[in-house]
Design a protein around this ligand. Sequence first.
Ligand code: B4P
Length: 202
Amino acid sequence: MLQTIRCIYITINMKNIVIFGPPGSGKGTQSNHIINKYQLTHVSTGDVIRSEIKAKSEIGQQVESLIENGQLVPDQLIVELLAEWLEKQNDSNGIIFDGFPRTTNQAVALKQMLQKQGQDVDLMLSLEVPKEELVSRLVKRGQDSGRSDDNLATIEKRITVYEEVTAPVIDFYKKENTYVSINGVGSEKEIFATICSHIDTL
Ligand code: B4P
């Protein structure tokens, strides 16, 4: 009985948040602030993929050239990776999904996966940043990080893929009534304050 009450309590208090936006919009940066303040569990599908590549796993080898060319990893593969990760999560305050979903099919899959656990996405934060600013941030990061996809030609491709394939995900969350647009230009602190004002309403 006590266990049942505890489970209901955890489910009611969970906050599942999607942080969304084009490459370089600050998803990773703001996720770090969010997890520190709200003790959410963080999953970045970009990080998951990069660690598969680093480990030279079968999946890593399959997707390495896609990433280097600024293309998305196929839906089925990334959904399987995320489902596997999600199954291992329990007892969390909620999850911040960083870089997932990136297609409408992924958004539908995420809804189905969370539904199995009696949950849903509670908030979708969409960071809005003009293209010139995205390019300048990512070129700068590429100089420091040496990430294989942070070079000018690949950055341009990633932004095009975002506009054509990923941006339509916004319509999915508009229909779900969870979409919130966030101005992603300004100091990290200012942007985080705006994000908090939305999370605090949950
Ligand atoms: P990601 O790792 O998600 O890469 P990203 O879109 O570039 O975002 P990232 O989190 O790194 O950068 P951020 O916006 O924080 O994905 C990499 C690749 O993996 C994708 O291109 C795709 O191929 C594949 N992939 C990942 N998920 C997938 C999925 N679901 N389906 C299919 N394929 C998938 O920007 C950070 C930069 O901006 C930093 O340098 C930071 O210092 C700077 N910055 C942040 N906030 C700032 C501010 N306010 N002012 C100035 N600079 C700021």
